[in-house]
Write a protein that binds this ligand. Structure first.
Ligand SMILES: Cc1c2[nH]c(c1CCC(=O)O)Cc1[nH]c(c(CCC(=O)O)c1C)Cc1[nH]c(c(CCC(=O)O)c1C)Cc1[nH]c(c(C)c1CCC(=O)O)C2
Length: 345
């Protein structure tokens, strides 16, 4: 007999409405927290921090200690996958990630075909530590990037407006593009399976650049690769819960739901849940979707934005979150106010 989950986030991901809504925040460990900035100084480079299980555990726990979120997301980055596959990845202060671009089959042939899981051992050790140090009511989330989002960094070697280099590659060299996506689907599924084995109870897949894809490329580069990843994970670890976040994917959400891709679908801040939720099956959990700038602004913008979501999702399985990651400028007091408001509703 399978046990009924008791953690609020897992109950919601099982399709059960829970009130007050459970809450966590994308990028909840990070520079808006003074204690993160302090630990970051001790770590050396950003990747050194990701691969230091003790310090990565510490920064993962910081927002849990301070706010008591219902979920704790592993501290790592989506770019550890290209790094483990053999691509050079650096994080340049105030500039973001820089990679040696992979733009051809020859470049791809220099990376490993299968993900060398042993290179990611520190990440799994962080999860193992967290599964023992977190409060018992807190759900431990793993994550990875969706293949298109990760591929767009691998091809351009950095963040680019509208992911133009990767999009152009998809048109000009479909054979290479499909091979790269396939490599990432297999690597990411293997990575997520190992995260579950190390203690993650659910995982979130970040398709941060879904907005860049025209309809002709969306299924090929986003929906189908994510479907294959989720199928790979679920066939190996049926108990694993999956949240899919496709930023800019609002027009496709109902198709993710109809195809059964993900136990939860995260809404970005451009979507109005009042319009979106009626198009989704009642058992599919949703997550989101306050504008991160409303959290920076605070006051009326924060209260009104939060109340709009609370009212729209009442009676449905929903996890409160932002519609994208929290920004470094966010006042900590506004996060406290948000949590008090959601929990007092
Ligand atoms: C696109 C993307 C990346 N990384 C990630 C995404 C998808 C989510 C999204 O769309 O926001 C995901 C990510 N990155 C990080 C986490 C950790 C866990 C958490 O959410 O608390 C997660 C889930 C830590 C991080 N990843 C990064 C930081 C900041 C670096 C630092 O502390 O010096 C953190 C806390 C660096 C990073 N990593 C990435 C970029 C573009 C940057 C630089 C931008 C910036 O500086 O804010 C790639």
């Amino acid at each position: 007999m399978s046990e009924r989950p008791t953690k609020a986030i897992l109950r919601v991901l099982n399709g059960e409405p829970v009130w007050p809504l459970p809450i966590w925040i994308m990028r909840q460990a990070g520079r808006y927290l003074p204690e993160y900035r302090e630990t970051r100084k001790q770590a050396g480079s950003f990747l050194d921090l990701c691969y230091n299980p003790k310090l990565a555990e510490e920064v993962t726990l910081q927002p849990i200690r301070r706010f008591g979120f219902d979920a704790s997301i592993l501290f790592s980055d989506i770019l550890v996958i290209p790094h483990a596959l053999g691509q050079d990845v650096r994080f340049v202060e105030n500039e973001g990630p820089k990679l040696d671009p992979v733009t051809s089959q020859a470049d791809l042939a220099r990376l490993t075909d299968e993900l060398p899981l042993e290179r990611l051992e520190p990440v799994f050790e962080t999860l193992d530590r967290l599964s023992r140090s977190l409060p018992k009511e807190t759900t431990l989330l793993g994550f990875c990037g969706a293949p298109w989002t990760v591929a767009s960094y691998m091809i351009a070697g950095k963040g680019t407006p509208d992911q133009a280099p990767a999009r152009l590659t998809a048109y000009r060299d479909p054979v290479f593009m499909d091979a790269l996506i396939d490599r990432l689907v297999r690597a990411s599924a293997a990575y997520l399976i190992r995260q579950i084995d190390a203690g993650a109870e659910a995982v979130q897949i970040f398709e941060s650049f879904g907005s860049a894809l025209p309809p002709a490329l969306f299924d090929r580069l986003s929906l189908n690769p994510i479907r294959r990843m989720v199928e790979g994970l679920k066939s190996a670890r049926p108990q694993a819960k999956v949240i899919v976040f496709v930023r800019g994917g609002g027009a496709h959400l109902h198709r993710f739901a109809a195809a059964g891709i993900g136990d939860g679908l995260a809404l970005d801040w451009t979507l109005d849940p009042v319009n979106v939720l009626p198009g989704l099956p009642a058992h599919v959990a949703t997550q989101g979707n306050l504008d991160p700038l409303a959290l920076i602004a605070g006051g009326e913008a924060l209260t009104r934005g939060t109340d709009h979501i609370l009212k729209a999702v009442r009676g449905r399985p929903h996890i409160f979150n932002l519609g994208h990651g929290i920004l470094p400028e966010t006042p900590v007091e506004h996060v406290e106010q948000l949590i008090a408001h959601v929990r007092g509703a």
